[in-house]
Design a protein around this ligand. Structure first.
Ligand code: BES
Ligand code: ZN
Ligand code: ZN
Length: 484
């Protein structure tokens, strides 16, 4: 899909179809040329409502306001409504929130995110038909937007949405086709393309680094673990950011085997790691003035004669001992070692980890929202704020000392599960905090993306399956750090 920006008014542009966004049900706006027909068709202009007038070659879509989040979703819904049609090109006006280019960026993102489909395993590929989008600088409220600024907004949107779709592709790939070695070669391929630096740790190096918790999780799999380290190191960076992702290419639960219904979709347990790879792609393409390191613990959690067991005690890289009581709480073990390794390699100003860590996060905040934890309330609030401005949902969950007691162990330093059924997202987060060095305590936030990373129906700008959760929120955060 390519984008063209023009100063020509809409009426002077040739394309198959015009997309009109109806703001706040205002069908009297001069952009709405077909008010009587829309009335006949029962179109009111509520958020995400569409009406295709074939004889007029116009598609109307409703948005609650001119805000980014409303425009992004409306654009995604509009482009999706054209699936199966024979339109190849569209034209659209510019919509700004008081002249600011964020909504243009959001609209562009919406088109690219909404047109996404994952076709690898289909004999008949069903692709969105729109190849060309012409954006006119003609603005909804007749405001003038600088062409340079508009073009920059579109360019950033393309990088952001393409990176999100890149992450979606990795997550949607089956565990038979995407295992740790494959994740590592995806990272190496990306590094070659973008100029990122890439280092891969194989089992021997993982052993040398004493990452015994991570190795134990991967032991029963025929696919051996990898730790990926991608880095973007511009000259004179504003600050240093470390990202860590849970890359469980499959989570069967291990010997604490998941019930059949819960195992389906566990190819998505690599969503955190895949998000980190997607973020690195965009950071490199935008050439942001921040040093960014991305670490992925890529492991498959399987059963077998060599599997790690409930009752084992593992020694993590920082020498803390962990009593295993459930092999399905494996993500925190992989992250424990990957967090230790990342902190040894890089002294960062910010550390963020992304993981489909707990079903409890989904219970707590629902399918659409990530939960943000850590020891620094301001940092949690920053992540939530940037997530919202980038079009993702996130909310802070707070640690407390009572829940901390529930992961104490009688025989080791800590237990990998809590002794209570409740508060599982928080206890998992508090487990991770045991692997954060003292000098990084306040610099770290943990983002549990178990809810939004993979949802089996269409919602907002997200398709069936992988959403690419984490990519947009973190990019926005790093972008803002790069201009501070
Ligand atoms: N990968 C799962 C968490 C998960 C569940 C992600 C549902 C996405 C959707 C994780 O490894 C896991 O199995 N966690 C257990 C922890 C429990 C054993 C303490 C869980 O959430 O049940
Ligand atoms: Zn698990
Ligand atoms: Zn898992």
């Amino acid at each position: 899909m390519n984008f063209e920006l023009t100063a020509l008014p809409l009426g002077d542009i040739n394309s198959d179809l015009e997309v009109v966004i109806v703001i706040n049900k205002n069908t009297h706006h001069h952009f709405v040329q077909d008010a009587p027909l829309l009335k006949k068709a029962g179109f009111e202009g509520t958020q995400d409502e569409t009406c295709l007038l074939v004889a007029q070659d116009r598609l109307y879509v409703g948005a609650d306001s001119l805000k980014s989040s409303a425009i992004r979703t409306a654009a995604a819904v509009a482009i999706r409504a054209l699936n199966g049609t024979s339109y190849k090109s569209i034209k659209v006006a510019t919509y700004t929130d008081n002249g600011c280019s964020y909504s243009l960026r959001a609209m562009t993102e919406g088109f690219i995110l909404g047109a996404y489909s994952f076709n690898v395993y289909k004999s008949k590929k069903k692709k969105n038909p729109i190849k060309h989008i012409t954006v006119s600088l003609q603005e909804y409220e007749n405001l003038t937007l600088d062409i340079e600024e508009a073009s920059e907004a579109i360019h950033k949107a393309q990088i952001t949405a393409d990176a999100t779709n890149f992450t979606r592709d990795i997550v949607n790939t089956t565990p038979e086709d995407c295992y740790p070695e494959v994740m590592a070669s995806i990272a190496e391929g990306l590094a070659e393309e973008t100029g990122l630096h890439c280092k891969i740790l194989k089992p021997k190096e993982l052993k040398d680094e004493k990452m015994e918790a991570l190795l134990a999780v991967g032991r029963a799999s025929r696919h051996k673990p990898r730790v990926i380290h991608l880095s973007h190191t511009p000259k004179n960076p504003k600050c240093v950011v470390t990202l860590i992702g849970k890359g469980l290419t499959y989570d069967s639960g291990g010997l604490s085997l998941k019930p059949a219904d819960f195992m389906v979709t566990m190819k998505s347990d690599k969503s955190g790691g895949s998000a980190v790879i997607g973020i690195m792609k965009a950071v490199a393409e935008m050439n942001l003035a921040v040093e960014v390191h991305g670490f992925v613990g890529a492991v498959e959690n399987m059963i077998g004669g060599d599997a790690y067991k409930p009752d084992d005690v593992l020694v993590a890289k920082n020498k803390k001992t962990i009593e295993i009581r459930n092999t399905d709480a494996e993500g925190r073990l992989v992250l424990a070692d990957t967090l230790c390794y990342a902190q040894q390699e890089v002294k960062a100003d910010y550390i963020f980890d992304f993981a489909t860590l707990t079903g409890a996060s989904v219970v707590a905040v629902g399918n659409y929202t990530s939960s943000v934890m850590g020891n620094n309330k301001e940092l949690q609030a920053l992540v939530v704020k940037e997530a919202h401005s980038a079009g993702e949902l996130a909310t802070a969950l707070d640690f407390n000392r009572y829940l901390r007691k529930t992961i104490k162990s009688e025989i080791a330093d800590i237990c990998n599960i809590s002794n209570t059924r409740y508060g599982g997202a928080i206890t998992a987060g508090m487990f991770l905090s045991e692997f954060i060095d003292e000098d990084h305590t306040e610099k770290w936030a943990h983002i549990d993306i178990a809810g939004p990373a993979f949802v089996e129906h269409i919602w907002g700008e997200n398709p069936h399956g992988a959403s690419g959760a984490g990519v947009r929120m973190m990019l926005r955060l790093i972008e803002n750090l790069s201009v501070k």
